[in-house]
Design a binder for this molecule. Sequence first.
Ligand SMILES: Cc1ncc(C[n+]2csc(CCOP(=O)(O)OP(=O)(O)O)c2C)c(N)n1
Length: 280
Amino acid sequence: MTRIPNHPPAKADIAALKARAKHMRNHMLVMARGPGQGYIGQGLGIADVLAAIYFHELRWSPENLTDPNRDRFLLSTGHYSIALWAALAEAGIFPLEELPTYGADDSRLQMSTLDTTPGVEIIGGSLGHGLGQGVGMALGLRLQNSSARIFCELSDGELQEGSTWEAAMAGSNFRLDNLVALIDCNGIQADGAIVIDIEPVADKWRAFGWQVQEIDGNDMAAVVAALEQARATEGRPHAIVLRTKPGKGVPTLEQREKAHFVRVEPEEWDALILELEGQP
Ligand SMILES: Cc1ncc(C[n+]2csc(CCOP(=O)(O)OP(=O)(O)O)c2C)c(N)n1
């Protein structure tokens, strides 16, 4: 089988990955400034994980987005699209001039994913379906003797949906060690805090037969190390419980109580971009 080169990945350059994440955060603010609003809180929170995935772990090629042997990153939460657009723009798939069209009629960069946008593997607008699709893809790849892997992001809100747990059960039943769940526990769900208590998250995944790690999802070195450990897992799927901070990297947004959907005045976006620039 054809192998996409550079795998297993070379030793991670943590400083370079942090710089990627910062560029991606900047892209997200530029996107949201276009319409004056967007799902920026969770996007900023997951930026470090997407930087580690797209610029270190994933075996893929921006020149051939449909290579059958590519690793797939599935964004189950379609409304986090701003983070995916930022990663794909940073990888050169979209010109940066396109970013301000975020959410506009006819834009490729919608506020929730469309599968007509290059680089999108699944539509995630209706929550709770990403992991089930990931299980099906991982099983299909194994049946085709492919060494490609599936990385499926999902949210803490989606842990309140039965379909997620059906998929978790199937993943361990089929011993899918080519499947990694990246669970974004940012503690929010639309209007405020998580509605139904989902803790202890890690223990629940262990009980479903998954190998589990729980880390600070905004600590780049920890994210890279967790992905490396997931690569070494054999015989069962792997879950990484990511504790992330909504608005991460932009202090005003980190302090904001309602960070699910952010709308601010046009001049305030410029101030937020300057705040990001001032961060390490
Ligand atoms: C099946 C389904 N139910 C409800 C919604 C509406 N909805 C969109 S985002 C959201 C919040 C979900 O919380 P979480 O996934 O944790 O995301 P966060 O608040 O961190 O953005 C909801 C309920 C949806 N998109 N799909």
